[in-house]
Structures are given as C-alpha cells and as structure tokens.
Design a protein around this ligand. Structure first.
Ligand SMILES: Cc1ncc(C[n+]2csc(CCOP(=O)(O)OP(=O)(O)O)c2C)c(N)n1
Length: 286
C-alpha cells in the first residue's frame, strides 16, 4: 500500500511537470510531441522520483539503475522529469530547446546530455539495447536494474519482439519494460488498422512477468513499482500502464491531431487552467 504522503509528493511533481511541459510547448515555435509527453508524465515522475535508484550528483555511479526512453519523441518529458530531480536547468531548456547547437534536442542525445543513458528517437530499438545492458549487468554480477519505456504503437516494430523473446529466454529478471498503453499511434487508434490486443498475453507468451496499472494514478504507479520482483526473478517484468494521450488537457485527450503540435497563447492558457483544476481535484498537494 503506497504511503499517502509520498503519493502527494509525486502528484505535486507531476503537476509541476505538466505546467512546465505546457509552458515550453507554448514558447517553442516548432512542434512538440505533447500528446505522448502528457501520457508518460505520471510514469516518469514515478520512475525518476520514486522507483529508480539514480543520483544526479553521481551520474556515473556503477550501481545506478539505467533508463532508456525508447519512445524518444517524448524527450521533453524526460528532460523535465530529470530537471525536477536536479539534473538540468529548466531556464536553459526554455532558452535553447530544439535550436541548432542545443543539448536539448527534439530527441534525446546521450553525448550532449550527461545522465541520459541512450540516444533514441528511431522507434523499436530501445528494448534491444536494454536487453544488452541487462545481460551485461548479469554477467558482471551487477545489481542494478535496466528500465525501458516504450510506446504501445512502437511495439508494432518486430525488433521489440525479438528483444522480448531474448529477454524472456535469458530470464533477465533485472530488466523492466514500461509500456505507455494509450491505445493511440501517430495517426490512428489501436484497432483501426493494427490490433495489439490481447496485449498483456503477448508479453506473457514471451515469458515476461506482467504488472498492469493505471498510468495516471500515483497510488497505482507506486504499487506497481513496489511489486517489481527482485533481480533474481527468472522473468523480466513489464509494467503495462493504461494511459491517455494528452492527459490533463481537455482539448488534447484522445485527439489524433494532438500527437504533436504547438500552442497559441489561448491554447496555453486553457491548458494551464485545466492542469490547475485537475490538481485542485486531487486536493492541491494538501
Ligand atoms: C522507426 C520509426 N518510425 C516512425 C517514427 C515516427 N513516429 C514518431 S512517434 C510515432 C508514433 C508512435 O506511437 P506510440 O509508440 O504509441 O507513441 P505515442 O502515441 O505514445 O506518442 C511515429 C510513427 C519514428 N520515430 N521511428
């Protein structure tokens, strides 16, 4: 059972993160993948601020957990979750994001950003890299975990299932996949063309331990993280998180045209008002 004080702390961080996402999206002249950023907001707060053993003051610690954002188009979400943990400076992100020469690109680059473990953006590759890291950690008798966050649409890619099969076959108990199951792809919904159900059974068939959760409920996120078995478990674990694309901004939720976009002043004000109202419904941190 999640500690209510901890849940409040995480809810407040998720609220701060949503405000920063909208502020950046309203300020940047280009396109931000805001729909998929908002669907992983609560999960990334849960991971960076509760679930993962990481330390922004010691980013190379050999014992740290490794995180790969395989859905690299949600880079902004990762930057902001990490900023709230003390890795980066939000003013620098606001000033430079997406500009030529900036460390904060539209997809994450590990050479530019100390603390980012893997450059991503070409979908389908992260899990295979995570499998390699997890396998190597086991050979070296290291005790950290490797976390890999994927989009559900991304898991249409064959490479994901080759990696899933390998992880299940090698019983990589130190590997944790997180799927952002928002049931939207870029231009369609799950089932319009490609059908991903029965989704959890697909992972079970590859010998994974499956934990299903509500990816916007901090109690559910904390409980799911607490249920991840020790690294000696003979199966990798996948957290399948039911989420909503555009979560927290009424005009974006479940809308195909908000996969990515930019915000007018009016859009920004409306989005910030929604975020305030949702936070007030949660008790506003009290
Ligand atoms: C290999 C590859 N093909 C296509 C794209 C373009 N693309 C970016 S986001 C996206 C949709 C991904 O859907 P999903 O994984 O469900 O992400 P979400 O809807 O949560 O943003 C696509 C096709 C890409 N980045 N990489």
């Amino acid at each position: 059972m999640a500690d209510p004080k901890e849940v409040k702390r995480l809810q407040t961080l998720a609220y701060e993160m949503r405000k920063k996402l909208i502020t950046l999206c309203g300020h940047y002249e280009g396109i931000v993948h805001i729909g998929g950023d908002l669907s992983v907001t609560d999960l990334l707060i849960g991971l960076y601020h509760y679930g993962m053993k990481v330390d922004p003051k010691n980013i190379k610690a050999p014992t740290r957990d490794r995180f790969i954002l395989s859905k690299g188009h949600a880079a902004v979400s990762m930057y902001i979750a990490m900023t709230l943990r003390g890795y980066f400076d939000f003013d620098e992100i606001m000033r430079t994001y997406g500009r030529l020469g900036s460390a904060f690109g539209e997809h994450p680059c590990k050479i530019q950003l100390p603390g980012v473990e893997c450059s991503t953006g070409s979908l389908g590759q992260g899990l295979a890299i995570a499998v390699g890291l997890a396998f190597s950690a086991r050979v070296k008798k290291e005790t950290h975990r490797v976390f890999c966050m994927m989009g559900d649409g991304e898991t249409c890619e064959g490479e994901v299932w080759e990696a899933a099969n390998t992880a299940g076959s090698y019983k990589l108990g130190n590997l944790v996949g997180i799927v952002d199951r928002n049931k939207q792809l870029m231009t369609s919904f799950d089932g319009d063309y490609i059908n991903l159900e029965p989704y959890a059974d697909r992972w079970r068939a590859f010998n994974w331990n499956v934990i299903e959760l509500d990816g916007h409920d901090m109690n559910s996120i904390v409980d799911a993280i607490d249920k991840i078995p020790p690294i000696t478990n003979p199966k990798p674990t996948v957290l399948i998180a039911q989420t909503t694309k555009g979560r927290g901004v009424s005009y974006m939720e479940h809308q195909i045209n908000w996969h990515a976009g930019s915000l007018s002043k009016e859009d920004t004000e409306k989005a910030l008002a929604d975020i305030e109202a949702n936070y007030a419904k949660l008790g506003g941190g009290k």
